[in-house]
Ligand binder design. Structure first.
Ligand SMILES: Cc1ncc(COP(=O)(O)O)c(C=O)c1O
Length: 365
């Protein structure tokens, strides 16, 4: 018998795969229920932008061709919107692929990456798959990032520091001044990757203006995605902004046609759909206020969010998660280290109301 674990090596055999939120259809099939709602994966509850839909339909007949390897038109449009040179951009199959490209390109076997805990588990999974590992630095009270501790954790083998801002699963953020202070103190051969997946939802005034820092700090990379505010999670497209020299290295490693044609087309159209983005952000802001108020009435501690989800302390996260499932509401339980919490994505008004109604039933209040 072939020992596949041995063939793959220990780093792969011991890998715990990422567990995505349960799809609605699967829950409905399993429990024989109807009209389940999913508030588990920080997706866009408002669908995809009308302009993206139109663009996709009009390009249908071209999908027999290979896509543009360099995302030429999308790159041009995004560079203009961000006010950066085109050679500072690289696109990927979701920001997940960008994380993978950064690690494959810059982190060699035995070297490490650093992030803070709790944060996006994918940094650790990809590092381990690559023969490397992630050193997770505990956050302080209320999940405040301790940059001093991060600096002390970085060693001679550290290649990348991943900083999700706003953070997932907490929704919390760090400020422009905190970031600048960190960049001033970190070695310049350590890459600092800001993961700004939820950037469009942010309303904090002291949130980093990260793009403006790129010229001063060539070790800085900024990742963003079309999966959240733009509603294109199913297409898988994200991007990274960095120094032309750093982007050039990533470009050597990426597959020739890594971003499919449909994704390029819908993303380009989404950048033009200001009206849709405005509605999405308003829905999120209104939903956030509604949920905060309801949590307050229920006496539940929650963390103020800069993203499209809220972390809330329900005492026994696993039980509440499971009980909600049986009532047709999918939220996220985050594992034993975050045992008291659930994370709920902000949905449409009616979805938020159903969630609160079912939560009250589960908590018996
Ligand atoms: C912090 C963070 N980064 C990156 C991603 C990945 O996004 P995508 O690969 O869809 O662009 C997510 C998705 O949930 C996330 O929460």
């Amino acid at each position: 018998m072939i020992d596949f674990k041995k063939l793959a090596g220990e780093n792969i055999a011991l890998l715990i795969p990422y567990k995505p939120g349960k799809p609605v259809k699967e829950l409905e099939r399993e429990l024989g229920i109807r009209k389940a709602i999913k508030l588990a994966s920080n997706e866009n509850p408002m669908g995809i932008s009308p302009k993206s839909k139109e663009a996709l339909i009009s390009f249908m007949d071209e999908l027999n061709r290979y896509p543009l390897g360099d995302c030429y038109y999308l790159r041009k449009k995004l560079a203009g919107k961000l006010g950066v040179a085109e050679n500072k951009l690289l696109f990927g199959t979701g920001s997940n692929e960008i994380i993978e490209l950064l690690i494959r390109t810059f982190v060699k076997s035995g070297e490490n990456v650093v992030s803070f805990f709790p944060s996006f588990s994918v940094y650790g999974i990809i590092a381990q798959a690559n023969g490397s590992f992630c050193k997770w630095v505990e956050t302080d009270d209320d999940f405040k990032v301790n940059f001093e501790k991060i600096l002390n954790t970085i060693d001679n083998n550290t290649k990348i520091v991943f900083l999700a801002n706003p953070n997932n699963p907490t929704g919390t953020y760090f400020s422009h001044d905190e970031l600048v202070n960190f960049l001033d103190n970190v070695r310049d051969d350590v890459l600092v990757v800001l993961d700004e997946a939820y950037y469009e939802f942010v309303d904090a005034h002291d949130y980093p203006q990260s793009v403006k820092l790129l010229d001063k700090y060539p070790n800085l990379f900024i990742m963003r995605t079309f999966s959240k505010a733009y509603g294109l999670a199913g297409f898988r497209i994200g991007y990274v902004i960095g120094s032309p020299e750093g982007i050039d290295m990533l470009n050597r490693v990426r597959q020739p046609f890594n971003v499919n044609m449909a994704a390029q087309i819908v993303a380009e159209a989404a950048l033009e759909d200001h009206e849709f983005l405005r509605k999405v952000i308003k829905n999120n802001r209104d939903g956030k206020i509604y949920l905060y108020n309801e949590f307050k009435k229920l006496g539940l501690k929650y963390y103020e969010t800069q993203a499209n989800f809220i972390l809330v302390d329900v005492k026994d996260g696993n039980k509440v998660f499971n009980d909600l499932l049986y009532k047709g509401v999918i939220v996220r339980f985050l594992g034993p280290k975050l045992a008291p919490y659930i994370r709920v994505s902000i949905g449409l008004p009616e979805e938020n109301e159903i969630f609160i109604e079912k939560l009250k039933e589960v908590l018996e209040v």
